[in-house]
Design a protein around this ligand. Structure first.
Ligand code: HEC
Ligand code: HEC
Length: 447
């Protein structure tokens, strides 16, 4: 297991060494001597943008079990997809596709697979683009399973792991499917709302593998095997996710921790534009660069859509049933964003530059969306019917054109790239060589 590295508090090393490292004649004071640094540090503090705290330590036995479960296709109805098939370690824990289709093994999924970076840190209380899995301030969990959600889940991340396995288009499959071994897919036979039935059947499947029984017993020594539920698997998957994918040692994190030399001058200019004139930090603020709210920034709609209104995707409204939430999506965190293209809830923008340029004139960008940046199969799925409806509830902060020069856009992109932890670039070594079910793992390591 790769240890989580903490940002180096260079400021503590002393003024002399700092000056040497900075190599910068105008940086006379430690931790922010130059005008740019004083200005930037002030603006970051005002936006409450601080270093992400280190990931909370996880129980090694849970990590071990969670790693196997994350890479094991046994969790999918047809035994053809694992969590890691769509959250691929070598692709920034995403699948590098606009809409996730599980390596082409499923029909088009409705949304873009988000990254899994740093999800154990405080503040990540909403899961999914519409926050349909959430942890309230009092610690209670709200999920699509309502009252039948088992107790004992460790948080929003663990609660999330209960759901890909019950969703037909993610992992469960269609009634009548035959799995990769030529056997009937018993999980697909359940009614869509019979969550307890599906979780029980899945645990029966997993615990039929002797090696899993041993791993669960080591992870949960006080729980008899016949009392194990899928919540125990979900807690282990969450423990693995936190331990494997907490990567916040970017140049930006080192800068925030006090190292003036960690960011290039261009990245500092970009950061100033981000927190200043471009107004990005009015939503992307706090330690994770997300204020954990939902809003409508006028992203073009494409693909099969989501929920009752499909092929429209009304975002947060499908969870809250409040029309005021129509077309609102979660403000995503931005660490390692360079590694997780394409962008937005449906992958509408292929590059960071395209994502940034969207903000220059949101109404224009939505009305004149260039579908040629999409994979050919998606180009014909762009929806134009809702464009004016989306614009009518656009967040007021992104209504006015942003007058940024090409150089300022380039600075913003360089700043976003400075949010990359070098250790997150290739996480393929995190994958186990094999998993207890014996199903293949190689195709999930990279794509
Ligand atoms: C077929 C591809 C696919 C598979 C398999 C899959 N996911 Fe996902 N995952 C997605 C997509 C797409 C979303 C976003 C869905 C949405 O927001 O409605 C998502 C969202 C998430 C999120 C929410 C992140 C956030 O910040 O909102 C987490 C965590 C996650 N998946 C973990 C898992 C785990 C754990 C498994 C296995 C049990 C898994 N996923 C299996 C595609 C997949
Ligand atoms: C009014 C709030 C708001 C402001 C201001 C804002 N954003 Fe966003 N940002 C969002 C939301 C919401 C999304 C996701 C929207 C969706 O998927 O429909 C997003 C998505 C993104 C993404 C894609 C991330 C991913 O993982 O897909 C990037 C990059 C981004 N914003 C950068 C910026 C930059 C740079 C600025 C300033 C020019 C900015 N944002 C201003 C709310 C905001």
């Amino acid at each position: 297991m790769r240890p989580t590295r903490r940002p180096t508090p260079l400021r503590l090393v002393g003024p002399v060494i700092l000056a040497l490292v900075a190599g910068c004649s105008d940086s006379s004071e430690p931790g922010g001597g130059s005008t740019v640094d004083i200005q930037l540090r002030g603006a970051l503090a005002a936006a409450n943008i601080t270093a992400l705290p280190p990931a909370p330590p996880q129980n090694p036995a849970l990590i071990e079990l969670g790693r196997d479960l994350t890479f094991d296709k046994i969790l999918s109805g047809n035994r053809d997809l694992a969590c890691a098939s769509c959250h691929v370690p070598a692709s920034g824990t995403t699948d590098a596709q606009a809409l996730s289709d599980g390596n082409g093994q499923r029909g088009l999924n409705s949304r873009n697979a988000p990254d899994l970076f740093n999800r154990g840190a405080a503040g990540f209380d909403f899961m999914f683009w519409d926050g349909r899995v959430a942890r309230s301030a009092d610690g209670s969990l709200r999920t699509p399973a309502g009252a039948v959600l088992p107790s004992g889940l460790t948080g929003a991340l663990a609660a999330q792991a209960m759901f890909p396995v019950v969703m037909r288009h993610e992992m469960r499959g269609e009634a009548g499917d035959i799995d990769r071994n030529g056997q009937p897919n018993e999980l697909a036979a359940f009614d869509d709302n019979d969550f307890p039935g599906m979780w029980r059947a899945l645990m029966a499947r997993v615990l039929a593998v002797r090696e899993y029984v041993g791993l669960f017993q080591v992870a949960y020594p006080a729980t008899p095997v016949d009392s194990l539920g899928f919540q125990h698997a979900a807690n282990a998957i969450a423990a693995f996710t936190v331990s494997a994918y907490s990567h916040a040692n970017s140049p930006f994190d080192r800068y925030v921790a006090g190292d003036d030399a960690a960011l290039s001058e261009q990245a500092k200019r970009g950061a100033l534009t981000f927190v200043g004139r471009a107004g990005c930090a009015s939503c992307h603020n706090g330690p994770a660069l997300s204020n954990n709210t939902f809003t409508n920034i006028g992203v073009p709609q494409l693909g099969p859509g989501f929920g009752d209104a499909a092929p429209d995707d009304r975002g947060r409204e499908a969870t809250t049933h409040d029309q005021a939430d129509r077309y609102k999506f979660k403000v995503p965190p931005l660490r390692n964003v360079e590694l997780t293209a394409p962008y937005m809830h449906d992958g509408a923008f292929t590059t960071l530059e395209a994502a940034v340029r969207h903000y220059l004139d949101v109404p224009f960008s939505l009305r004149n969306y260039d579908a040629s940046q999409l994979e050919p199969a998606l180009q014909g799925t762009v929806r134009t019917d809702e464009v004016e409806a989306i614009l009518s509830t656009l967040d007021s902060r992104v209504r006015q054109p942003l007058d940024l020069t090409d150089a300022e856009v380039a600075d913003l992109v360089v700043f976003l790239q400075a949010l990359t932890d070098p250790d997150a670039r290739d996480l393929s070594s995190i994958a186990p060589a094999s998993v207890p079910s014996g199903l293949p793992v190689g195709d999930q390591v990279a794509r």
